[in-house]
Design a protein. Structure first.
Ligand SMILES: *Cc1c(COP(=O)(O)O)cnc(C)c1O
Length: 222
């Protein structure tokens, strides 16, 4: 299926309030352009250098989301334009985003990455660590970051019940954090969950941002 028809098909599947992030990492700007021409405006990348190159040659009204693991020393490069950083996995990274956002006079939206999968190699806060960080409260004094919600990756498994449990755990954490730490604000609204292989399950468990790459653009060539 073409990029345009997959984009259209996915967009019709998005429930009210849920957005599609087209994950374009490792794919050329020409393919992003095809998706853009089909009406897609949000793109996700996970390598700073690659993102920098694409930003320079693609339309200005694209919303660039950084979805991968972000090293603190690279935050400064994307701070001027990034719309949402999905995978904040340490207080140190949050501080650096606040600092770099201040330098360019922006407020940068971020999500906290929760580790809910079985794999040990994935980044992210455990729900306990994340709760501790929220209770500790330093984030409240950061004027240049806005925590919009959470992000997670489920285990890479065919066991759909397992994947569903993991999304459910993340979504329950999101609701609890919203009610206990963000009750006074209206912007803590996002649950970034679901990729090509598991997005239908994520949509059933409260996802508001699905990150879909290979289903749109085909397999990545690394
Ligand atoms: C690459 C990537 C995706 C997209 O994965 P697909 O299986 O190609 O849909 C989603 N989220 C993150 C964090 C990624 O790194």
């Amino acid at each position: 299926m073409s990029i345009a028809s997959t984009i259209h098909q996915l967009q019709t599947q998005m429930p009210q309030g849920t957005r599609l992030v087209a994950v374009s990492k490792y794919h050329p700007a020409s393919m992003i352009r095809e998706a853009y021409d089909a009406g897609q405006r949000i793109f996700g990348e996970s390598h700073v250098q690659e993102l920098q190159q694409k930003v320079g040659v693609l339309p200005q009204d694209i919303e660039w989301h950084f979805i991968g693991h972000l090293q603190t020393n690279k935050v400064k490069y994307i701070a001027p334009y990034v719309s949402l950083i999905h995978a904040v996995d340490s207080l140190r990274l949050l501080r650096e985003i606040d600092k770099q956002a201040a330098r360019v006079q922006r407020v940068i939206d971020v999500l906290l990455q929760l580790h809910v999968a079985q794999e040990e190699t994935k980044f992210g806060f455990s729900p306990e660590e994340c709760e501790e960080m929220l209770q500790q409260g330093e984030w409240k004094s950061m004027e240049h970051v806005r925590i919009r919600g959470i992000m997670c990756m489920a285990s890479l498994t065919d066991d759909e019940a397992q994947v569903a449990r993991e999304f459910e755990t993340a979504h329950r954490f999101f609701l609890q954090a919203r009610d206990s730490h963000f009750a006074q604000v209206d912007y803590f609204t996002e649950c970034s969950m679901g990729m090509s292989d598991d997005y239908p399950i994520a949509l059933q468990h409260g996802s508001t941002l699905v990150r879909i790459g290979s289903m749109i653009f085909g397999p990545r060539v690394y």
